[in-house]
Design a binder for this molecule. Structure first.
Ligand code: Z2T
Length: 813
């Protein structure tokens, strides 16, 4: 013990010296004289000294052993801040905290100096970030591949109740974790003409001419495993003007003009992230982004592979490429291009390698999210890639006709090219050996509904991989007191093996444990209340029920149902003297896509209701409404641990999985939700007594769609509560919300808000009743934590590694 304290003391002295020396090197000034941002940058620089040795070691081990590598291609990685999670994973939090304290610095004050890397919209991007954390933490050789957007997802400001979008200039003060690798740049080609030309010997050769070259420069970010010496890589590609294109002196005016246009084009490619969550805009620039990072990524994989001296025939045994939704689906054609055009492979051999290499995950059944590119846009931009897709499709349909004679419906449904469009999901399915959904119910709907023709044709290809989240960020880092309580109760083995959280099941009736759990929840609620107040919001009672819905604003997620229900409660509180609810704060947070009118109107309505309710002294003790501005990863770290109730109320069948539901659960909130996405599995894991399930089932919803028998107007006419709140949208109670009324009534309420309204109200009543019994509530809360282990992304990634990628951990000594 004394020895250990001595060692720590020495380590601390060494670390203090490092800070002082690093300040001199970086800034030429004393540590004590730095600005808070410079202090932050100095800390990161020292952390990087801890990481870099293992980063080099990890890469050398992979290279030498020639282990199979996983490359996770995603157009989004919603990383959030990295300093705190890196210190958690390194196991050096305490040491850094103590050393800095002795230098007069509070480490916790440095965390907010880091820009929140918002290179994603929501669930899909955050999932990718959790996945690379888990791959590194399981010691798997897995890397991310994406785009270095100059602007991430916009910052949301609420001005007079409306969402205003502010550009997210996250690179403005530099991003301390990235390493520019100029020597690893590759060229990506766009436009021009591609055709086969007959050679003198009669054979055909490919010609691609008059194309435009864009230089792709990688920026690498180290991804630190949890206390295991593994450091993997997230490679972000930046578009830059090609070096060969710089002979100013001899240029004519026209050439200079062309050069300017070229420069503008190049700089636009990685300028900003498209801000739409699960809907597709069909913009040419988006397709350019997709091919840009995919081509750069696949080229660099092949180059690295050859550098390691390996034989391309073995490629699929040594490389797994994962396609995160269809955005990187063009990887199928790009790998074919590299193998056939540049490495001289026969088509059939290249095709076998490609399919064994690729795997694809679907993240939504919403039809508006399906990427379909018009040939007229696709072919001129990527002429050679289009030729390859045509050939893939020709051979594919030939096989379909052989295996399913006289089944022209099958041919139509499976064709990659249809009605003048390239169907990216079909390309991904045909070009992969595995297709998975992200929760059990979602994978079933893919098989039986959305992709049923493909499932009939390739039954063995389809599988489920229920999503997960990293408990390192969402519990250990975001809720250190809860972490300590769990450590004291069951030991700290769960930190490496989150399934061990189930040991808590033996303690869910311990009075002492529940009292501590109660205290910690109250601390987190105070933190959130303080955060809201410090950021210009209302004062909140930390003893009220914290009922929270945070996620992107979307019709299918039904924030409208939530706010309509609050309008109903407010009306009852005002008009019915005997009506009582326990003190409650209803929170909302989330961004609307800038062009999504109904979503923006929903935000405006929430803020209008909040304004009225919060300024009404007569109900304030019982009800408040808060819209949390600019919800994202960093604010989420404050929000999830503070919740009593997790609102997961999407129309059944529509939310593929959801992952916020898991973050809430792991921090002890009870789910109030529909049987949709991963809620189904959460309710099975905790038991029906420890959550509140309501509303239409997926089957019923799909049936209504099939028969067209739902009539919103009937709900309006027969349900007085519904009639009341829908009428209030237009009678001036909260302002004019004709948009939302028309959406619900004239638009026939496509997501069954009115149908589920009364069941939703009953679910709230049940929850309130349960909350009255402290002991029972806390036990349920503990049961949620105890059974959250399966929703760790470590479990998810282990399943991908075993079933899809066929990779094994590599121990870095
Ligand atoms: C997204 O965040 C999701 C699906 C998309 O489909 C696109 C985006 Cl940007 C193209 C979400 C799902 O809506 C959510 O249910 C799921 O949990 C998440 O992906 C991760 O799988």
């Amino acid at each position: 013990m004394a020895n250990k304290r001595n060692e720590l003391g020495l380590a601390k002295e060494g670390l203090k010296q490092k800070f002082l020396a690093t300040a001199h090197i970086l800034w030429g000034r004393d540590f004590a004289d730095l600005t808070s941002h410079e202090v932050y940058a100095t800390i990161v620089s020292v952390v990087k000294q801890y990481i870099s040795e293992n980063w080099v070691k990890t890469n050398k081990a992979y290279m030498k052993r020639r282990d199979k590598q996983i490359y996770y291609f995603s157009v989004e990685f919603l990383l959030g801040r990295l300093l705190r999670s890196n210190l958690v994973n390194l196991g050096e939090m305490e040491l850094f905290h103590d050393a800095l304290e002795e230098l007069g610095i509070d480490l916790n004050q440095s965390f907010p100096e880091e820009p929140d890397a918002g290179l994603g919209n929501g669930g899909l991007g955050r999932l990718a970030a959790c996945f690379i954390d888990s791959m590194a933490s399981l010691g798997l050789p897995g890397h991310g591949c994406s785009i270095r957007y100059q602007y991430g997802l916009f910052e949301q400001k609420i001005i007079k109740g409306n969402q205003v979008e502010i550009p997210d200039n996250w690179l403005g003060n530099g991003f301390e974790w990235e390493y520019r690798k100029a020597d690893k740049a590759v060229n990506v080609k766009f436009n021009g003409n591609a055709y086969m030309k007959e050679q003198e010997d009669g054979s055909l050769a490919l010609v691609h001419e008059d194309y435009m070259t864009v230089m792709a420069v990688p920026y690498d970010v180290p991804i630190v495993g949890f206390r295991n010496n593994t450091v993997n890589t997230l490679r972000l590609w930046n578009a830059e003007v090609n070096r060969d294109f710089s002979d100013y002196g001899t240029m004519t005016r026209e050439q200079l003009q062309a050069k300017k246009e070229y420069r503008n084009f190049v700089e636009s490619i990685t300028e900003y992230l498209y801000p739409d969550d699960s809907s597709y805009e069909g913009r040419r620039l988006r397709l350019i982004q997709e091919y840009f990072f995919v081509s750069a990524g696949v080229q660099s994989i092949v180059r690295h592979y050859l550098l390691a001296g390996m034989d391309l025939k073995e490629f699929a045994k040594k490389v797994a490429i994962h396609i995160n939704d269809t955005h990187p689906a063009v990887a199928v054609a790009e790998l074919m291009r590299l193998l056939v055009d540049e490495q001289g492979f026969e088509w059939d051999d290249a095709w076998k390698i490609t399919r064994e290499t690729m795997a694809y995950t679907n993240h939504t059944i919403m039809p508006e999210a399906l990427e379909k590119w018009p040939i007229d846009m696709f072919r001129p931009l990527l002429p050679r890639i289009y030729m390859i897709i045509e050939e893939i499709n020709r051979r594919h349909l030939e096989e379909v006709r052989k295996r399913r004679p006289n089944d022209e419906q099958m041919v139509r449904e499976l064709s990659i090219i249809e009605d003048g469009q390239v169907h990216m999901a079909r390309l991904a399915i045909v070009g992969s050996h595995s297709v998975n959904g992200v929760a059990a119910i979602h994978s079933d709907i893919l098989k039986n509904d959305t992709l049923k023709f493909f499932h009939r044709y390739y039954p063995g290809k389809f599988n489920n991989k229920t999503n997960g989240i990293t408990h390192r960020r969402w519990l250990i880092s975001a809720n250190p007191e809860l972490t300590s309580l769990i450590d004291e109760t069951i030991g700290d083995g769960w930190q490496k093996a989150p399934e061990q959280l189930s040991k808590l099941n033996d303690h869910v009736a311990d009075k002492g444990f529940l009292q501590e759990l109660d205290k910690i929840k109250r601390l987190r609620k105070i933190d959130l209340a303080d955060y809201i107040h410090e950021h210009g919001g209302v004062r909140i009672d930390p003893d009220s029920i914290f009922d929270i819905q945070v996620k992107r604003i979307h019709s299918y997620k039904r924030q409208i149902m939530n706010i309509l229900h609050i309008m109903y409660l407010y009306h009852e509180l005002k008009t019915n003297k005997r009506f009582r609810i326990p003190p409650t704060t209803r929170f909302f947070g989330g961004k609307a896509a800038p062009g999504y009118y109904i979503a923006k109107e929903t935000i405006r309505l929430i803020n209008a209701v909040a304004e009225k309710v919060n300024s009404d002294k007569a109900v304030n003790e019982m009800l408040k409404v808060v819209f949390i501005e600019n919800f994202g990863v960093s604010i989420g770290e404050i929000v999830y641990p503070a919740a009593d109730i997790s609102e997961q109320i999407s129309t059944a069948s529509k939310e593929a999985s959801g992952t916020g539901n898991m973050k809430f659960m792991m921090n002890g909130a009870l789910t109030l939700g529909t049987l949709d996405g991963a809620n189904v599995e959460i309710s099975q894991a905790v038991g029906r007594e420890n959550c509140e399930i309501f509303g239409l089932r997926a089957e019923e919803v799909l049936n209504y769609y099939a028969t067209g028998s739902y009539k919103a107007w009937d709900e309006f006419n027969t349900n007085p509560a519904v009639r009341l709140v829908v009428s209030q949208l237009v009678d001036g109670t909260y302002g004019d919300f004709h948009s939302l009324r028309d959406y619900l009534i004239q638009g026939n309420d496509e997501f069954f808000v009115l149908k589920d309204f009364s069941p939703y109200d009953r679910a709230h009543k049940n929850m309130n009743q349960k909350y009255e019994n402290r002991k029972a509530w806390l036990t349920s809360s503990a049961i949620n934590i105890a059974n959250s282990g399966v929703f760790s992304s470590d479990r998810t990634i282990r399943e991908y590694a075993d079933d899809i990628w066929h990779v094994k951990p590599v121990i870095i000594a």
